[in-house]
Design a protein around this ligand. Structure first.
Ligand SMILES: *Cc1c(COP(=O)(O)O)cnc(C)c1O
Length: 389
């Protein structure tokens, strides 16, 4: 029997192991020096001034919305082709969520649809406070166009870059926030670099960073400038807001910081695996994913599309055949608006047809830095056989 091939896999080396062990033997398991070191490393890599590490990207998205003042009565728009967390962050704040359909080629939020929906919303007096584009699969969204719309219609932008650390948009490193207010990364093990669990919010705006730092730790401050009175003594702190415990531990930060050494290597390796899929799959009846010239995708996912004419169920049969052969194909994503929780809020099938079409045809092939040629050849062979059957 062959070993099963997962769709994604973390890559941990001895340096990573030693970095975590060192923390376990040190004085601080949490709230020590490594979280700020990890934040500084990611901020420097991306070229953003501020970085706030938290225990997940979900927490980072929540704090980002809160820092931007999202609350009841506000509207937040994102793409339906994403993980539910991109939408839930708005709901945590009591805001309303809505979606913008995707572009059928990039699978990212369609800028044309966004522009049309904004124009309708302006007339109806229902413009969003925040728009959250997601760099699906690691391919950057058209941020210049989104930033232009943000300026015209007066909304803030949070980039959900959970797939896209190490990616580049035109010449810019994703995370430098040139075209957004805040950018969020995930360090879940299937993502590009991992801290076990973890997330980070980057920004150029000091006030936004300070608000997120306050809210990640209970809304408690030790800074006398933010207190309502002079400190009672050196032990003194004040809770000035209702915050959370969203802190990252030093154990997690040590793994994340150690992984940052190999970020570029991981991204290059992922692109090389994708290049090989592109070449070997070119003659099969598939739509291959696009990587846009001038950008660098971090290739978190390699999503092919298999059309199933007349309800033939071809995609489903290919999916089943590959799983039967121990190949961990996956599906990204079930459109968020079709989830029961969102249907109960009034969303329905048919509202975002491109995202729904994508869902019916998409299939994510295994892709991770240590995927070797023999395993990749096996994936390609099983896929080709399943398509022909
Ligand atoms: C993984 C992911 C998240 C959530 O990340 P966590 O770190 O697991 O909270 C959010 N958005 C997208 C697009 C993701 O892929």
């Amino acid at each position: 029997m062959r070993e099963p091939i997962p769709y994604g896999r973390h890559d941990i080396d001895e340096h990573d192991v030693a970095a975590v062990v060192e923390i376990l033997r040190s004085d601080f398991l949490t709230q020590g020096p490594v979280v700020p070191a990890f934040e500084a490393a990611v901020a420097a890599y991306c070229g953003a001034e501020h970085a706030v590490a938290v225990n997940s990207a979900t927490s980072a998205l929540h704090l980002s919305c809160l820092a931007l003042g999202v609350g009841p009565g506000d509207r937040v728009w994102t793409t339906p082709n994403t993980f539910v967390a991109s939408a839930n962050c708005a709901l945590y704040c009591g805001a309303d969520v809505d979606f913008v359909d995707i572009d059928p080629h990039s699978h990212n939020m369609s800028v044309a649809c966004l522009g049309e929906k904004l124009e309708r919303a302006r007339k109806a007096g229902s413009l969003p406070k925040v728009v959250i584009p997601v760099h699906f699969s690691g391919e950057p969204c058209d941020m210049q166009a989104i930033a232009a719309l943000a300026a015209e219609y007066g909304f803030a932008v949070i980039e959900d870059a959970s797939h896209a650390i190490g990616a580049r948009y035109l010449g810019d490193t994703v995370g430098n926030c040139r075209y957004s207010d805040i950018t969020v990364f995930s360090f879940h093990p299937v993502k590009i670099v991992t801290s076990g669990e973890g997330g980070m919010a980057l920004t150029r705006d000091r006030n936004l960073a300070e608000r997120m730092e306050l809210l990640r730790s209970h809304g408690i401050t030790r800074d006398p400038r933010h207190m309502t009175q002079a400190p009672d003594g050196p032990w003194y702190y004040q809770q000035i807001e209702l915050g959370f415990n969203y802190r990252m531990t030093d154990i997690h930060a040590a793994l994340g910081l150690s992984q940052m050494r190999r970020l570029d290597e991981f991204v290059l390796r992922r692109n090389a695996v994708a290049d090989r899929y592109d070449a070997e799959l070119a003659n099969l009846p598939l739509q291959l994913p696009q990587r846009i010239a001038g950008n660098r995708s971090s290739v978190h996912l390699y999503v092919i599309r298999i059309e199933s004419p007349d309800g033939s169920g071809l995609r489903d049969r290919v999916f089943g055949a590959m799983r039967n052969e121990g190949i961990g194909v996956a599906l990204h994503y079930i459109p968020v608006h079709t989830q029961p929780y969102f249907q109960a809020m009034g969303f329905a099938q048919g509202m975002f047809p491109e995202a729904e079409r994508h869902y019916r045809s998409a299939l994510s092939l295994p892709l991770f830095p240590s995927l070797d040629v023999a395993d990749q050849d096996y994936v390609i062979k099983v896929l080709a056989t399943a398509l022909a059957s």
